[in-house]
Ligand binder design. Structure first.
Ligand SMILES: NC(=O)c1ccc[n+]([C@@H]2O[C@H](COP(=O)([O-])OP(=O)(O)OC[C@H]3O[C@@H](n4cnc5c(N)ncnc54)[C@H](OP(=O)(O)O)[C@@H]3O)[C@@H](O)[C@H]2O)c1
Length: 325
């Protein structure tokens, strides 16, 4: 039986975090349809009731930092009850996302994030993504400086290859890495997770629900509305879509037999994976994060885990647009 210890240590930060965290990209309202401030704030506040203490956001979550600003409003008066993780190195210029991981940009973005979040420090600050030009050492050095200044408690790095993580870690010891990982995207099991385990670095994973696909509620004949960005991802297209729906049929059976929802099964499976510290689950409505957080109450049996592996083996390798090992 896989046991869910809760809470878990966030690397060298000394902070305890819930193994399920709220992903605050959907509430930015950029690629998710039907968001509004009332539901977004209620979604963040639902975390207090369902055992989630980690909120994941970024400077670039919304052209005007909508995600960080909503968090600032939602946690007013309860700041000390949450661990805030934000990221710098990608920002909006008009309606365009720009990847700029230069030290001066990271410093300026961090200041702006703190203002939007209505706080004087964040617990975890990630390099959102290397920009391909700035040396990773320089981006890491800037985050080290932010730690020394007291604005940031611990360092993280996202969307980095293993060599980049290793270089970053030499300059600025990492507490967490953030990468894509879910039942259909398991590349980081090969190298990155074992390395993080060897270094005591927390592994925080995104797209656990594969943007809602693995919540299991989109029917096979689902028609995406115009503007729903999911239709641009290979997993939501053509033969891949049907293979994923076949997998979901299997997962629905396993979940139903265990009296849980598919989102709960998928999230519980994720946080039971060796070396995975935190599963980020995005949501725009309170019921969604409540459903994912219910995974904190689930200890999957060896039989259930084996049934999932059989279903995944039958599904075969999936086509993904973001691959890390
Ligand atoms: N570091 C990076 O570069 C990076 C990249 C991507 C994500 N992230 C982080 O990871 C988080 C998670 O990724 P994500 O938000 O893109 O996707 P996700 O967690 O895989 O999926 C979230 C979406 O699934 C649907 N959903 C959630 N719970 C549901 C439920 N109970 N029933 C039905 N549908 C449900 C919702 O979509 P609908 O309601 O619209 O159907 C929700 O917006 C982000 O919010 C962000 O914090 C980081």
């Amino acid at each position: 039986m896989a046991s869910v210890e809760s809470p878990r240590l966030l690397g060298r930060s000394g902070l305890d975090v819930s193994p399920v965290a709220l992903g605050c990209w959907p509430i930015a309202g950029v690629s998710t349809l039907g968001t509004n401030a009332v539901d977004s704030i209620a979604t963040i506040q639902a975390c207090f009731d369902v055992g989630i203490n980690l909120l994941d956001t970024a400077h670039v979550y919304g052209p005007c930092g909508e995600s960080e600003s909503l968090i600032g409003q939602a946690i007013e008066g309860r700041r000390d009850e949450v661990v805030i993780a934000t990221k710098g190195g990608v920002h909006y210029e008009g309606n365009v996302m720009v990847n700029d991981a230069r030290p001066e940009t990271l410093r300026a973005e961090c200041e702006e994030s703190l203002r939007r979040l209505r706080t004087d420090r964040v617990e975890l600050y990630y390099l959102h993504s290397p920009d391909g030009t700035t040396l990773i050492e320089d981006s890491a050095g800037a985050i080290c400086d932010l730690i020394e200044s007291g604005k940031v408690r611990a360092a993280g790095a996202s969307n980095c290859r293993l060599e980049q993580l290793q270089t970053f870690h030499e300059v600025c010891p990492l507490s967490a890495v953030q990468l894509p990982y879910n039942m259909l995207q398991r590349g980081i099991e090969k190298q990155t997770i074992p390395w993080c385990q060897s270094q005591g670095i927390a592994v925080v994973v995104y797209w656990v629900l594969m943007k809602g696909l693995l919540a299991g509620k989109l029917p096979r004949d689902h028609r995406f509305e115009q503007g729903d960005s999911r239709q641009e991802y290979p997993m939501f297209q053509g033969e891949e879509w049907h293979k994923n729906q076949d997998l979901l049929d299997e997962l629905r059976e396993i979940a139903a037999a265990g009296r849980m929802s598919v989102a709960q099964l998928v999230t519980a499976w994720t946080i039971a994976r060796p070396g995975v510290t935190v599963a980020l689950c995005g949501a725009k409505r309170p019921y969604q994060i409540t459903e994912s957080a219910a995974a904190l109450q689930v200890n999957l049996t060896d039989e259930q885990l084996a049934a999932v592996e059989i279903a995944l083996a039958a599904r075969g390798a999936a086509v993904t647009n973001r691959h890390f090992e």
